[in-house]
Design a protein around this ligand. Sequence first.
Ligand SMILES: [Zn+2]
Length: 163
Amino acid sequence: MSVLLLNATYEPLTVISWRRAIVMVLEGEVELLEQAEDRTIRTCGGNEFPFPVVVRLFNMVKAFRRGGKAPWTRAALRARDDNTCQVAGCSSSGTTIDHVIPRCRGGETTWENTVLMCKLHNQRKGSRSLSGAGMKLKVEPRAPKYSVVLANKAHPQWAAWLA
Ligand SMILES: [Zn+2]
């Protein structure tokens, strides 16, 4: 179970594990905004804790705020591309990551240069450019907002905080 972490400003920041969330609650770094209705956490000492769903930092984190863009990760790329091959006309699942400008030609692992592709399309493209392989993408790849990445794995109780 993941927990939605909000900035002090109530802006969604990222998703953390519930264990991490509990440590942060106990250390007074975050406040608990939403808890699971159907479960609690019991410690070996017999204490019961609410199971965190949404927590908010007491102190604002600035590092995350640059335009609300999510940092590149494989999981975030899968969320942006909806687990689907990004070649126009293809609806297969995007099981591989393609570098639009191939890495061997200096292409970097950035939001603008990576897309999900099905195995077939990735193999067909190989180390060619898109036009060289006669392919087009559905949309031009760019960095998603945090909310897009977060909404992809949203807990029903997160919805109000991601709006
Ligand atoms: Zn495909």
